[in-house]
Ligand binder design. Sequence first.
Ligand code: GDP
Ligand code: MG
Length: 721
Amino acid sequence: MAHGNFALPCAIVPRLRRERDQSQDNRSAFWLFISEHCERNGCVLMKIALTGNPNSGKTTLFNLYTGSNQYVGNWAGVTVEKKEGTLSYGGESITLVDLPGIYSLSPYSMEEIITRSVLIDERPDVLIDIIDGSNIERNLYLAVQLMELSVPLVLAVNMMDEVEAKGDRLDCDKLSKLLGVAVIPITARKAKNTQLLLDTAVELARTRDYNPRSPVGSVRYDNNTAQAIRDIYALLWEESRLRELPLWFYASKLLEGDPKAAETLKLDKKTLDQVERLVQAYEATSPYGDRETMLADARYKAITAITDKAMVKQGAEGSLSLSDKIDLVVTNRVLALPIFLLIMFIIFASTFGPVGSFFSDGIEYLLGEVLGGQVTALLDAAQAPGWTYGLLIDAIIGGVGGVLTFLPQIMILFTCLSLLEDSGYMARAAFIMDRLLHKIGLTGKSFIPMLMGFGCTTPAVMAARTMENDRDRKLTIMIIPFMSCGAKLPIYALFAGTFFAAHQGIVVFSMYIIGMLVAILSGLLLKNTLFRGKVAPFVMELPPYRLPSPTVLGRHVWEKCKGFLIKAGTIIFSMSVVIWLLQNFNWSLHLVEDNTQSIFASIGRAIAPLFAPLGFGSWQAAVSVLAGLVAKETVVSSMIVLYGAGSQAELATMLPGVFSSLSAFSFMAFCLLYMPCLSAFVSIKREMNSLKWALGTALFGTGVAYVVSMLIYQIGKFFVA
Ligand code: GDP
Ligand code: MG
């Protein structure tokens, strides 16, 4: 065959892909010609999708292959949208898609709907289904459904390190023979066998050695089930418009009673009736008489028949694994909550303990004394005008530096939270809280996004997507901002360090507790007013405890710190300058001698009376609350600028003149609860798909903050005379 050496415009690639799929002989000469051509010219022609149960290691593998940094967590529901990345394979570039974790291809949850539409509409060239080796049966339940899609499939049995540690023996060759698909044992975390997996997948996609008109593999269900699926398939095949669809998949889904399948296929009344008759005949063959149960049963029977032959389990049935033993204590009805609180307390105590402050002091010294000193000397030498000192030393070095000094605390906090998460404890926390939440009519499913809110509101709001029920989802999004995010840490550290030096840990801890309490109480309030309705049941599997992976840990912490540093260099930097300008110029844009004449002072004075009942009616406090709308860290940096303190330490000496311990506490609570920062607001608007709801959330939060702070201050006054 002669090949011209022309470049293939990438726009036609999808069409070629379709033609390839439609050609009767999928290995036609035409197709060979095109694929060879593309291999030479480096077109993206191959798309590999990663599927699997939640927590099976898809994202770990995705990151490994693409070198990207997607979020890996030891609990279900971390990946809620599909992520695409590219990798280069022998000069050819491959698109890799990381799909949300699912247990079945039914169309009930958001994750299932996303995965299903990618697999059916985008038709990846090959599917890598990742199976958790320590839970083969349940994971194969998804695999057998994937096989019906008639897309080439490779099974990757992951977590082989755990399987081996347990002493179980898994014969992957036998498994492969019995299933009729390639099975590769891997340990994604240690990159073991992962190259072989990729080679196998690519090879399969290239040879396309399968028949697009029949299911992949050789799993066979019992006779009645197999016959019923075949009959429905034959019925669908009669309609020629349907022939390009994965009809085996649709046939089994129609048999199962999947509501989406009939809808997608747009079957007419006559065909639907025929399907219904076949289903009734099928149901009559079993005492269960329920299509969904019967099909699930058929699938599990076929699976156990295979796993019985390919797997030898070591751990005697009934004996408790280490994970189970830990859970006996940690999720114990009586002990669970105290243990959770104790763990959280230890985290905050260590975050604000001597190690953190040692490093903070170091950074403070470097920035304030060393850098500040150098710049001052330079300005002196250049005989620079007085205002440049204010702008460079107070505003920029003071403002940005004042926030940067909290980097060590942020690192410690996120190392701890990440340890909890990756070990599997956070999933228990959600489980423990579910018991509590369910009693008051909320769903525990809200608690995972809420816990993520400890990190940052933006991804937490996105994580709420996993909730099927729109009412529960909206409610969750409205209460997530009450969870204390990392950006509020500098505020607590400053105020708790200044006013409650001896009890810093417990004061900051109390902020987190207030946040959680307010979230739960306002959830309760919303549930009984705006969002009346039944609570969706919460089913979450508890992942086994795992030794946290240093790479994952490092990544989480680094991502957090990077975000913080970027924020310091961009938003906080520019806000510091803006605040300095607004504070040193008056409305006619003249430099003012006395900053009480400035633009900011007049704005601040206008709104300050609003805050007087909360205990902090100074214009500086009012203005810094406004500045915090951009990013919560700017509350601290703007205070440094507003009070003309050169550094965080200097500000700390000035604050007691303006705040009392009580008003400091009330200020912290206000900052904890009032409307989230701009980026969170934008993501709330996007997720709720409505500006009205986003504004409502912001107003609600600010209103709650106002009431809570006022209660704290007004009631507190009786006690602190
Ligand atoms: P996903 O939900 O399928 O995307 O799974 P993740 O990639 O987020 O991984 C879930 C958990 O399993 C994380 O705690 C990973 O560190 C861990 N994990 C992933 N691969 C392996 C492996 O090969 N061995 C072990 N022991 N743990 C793994
Ligand atoms: Mg994932």
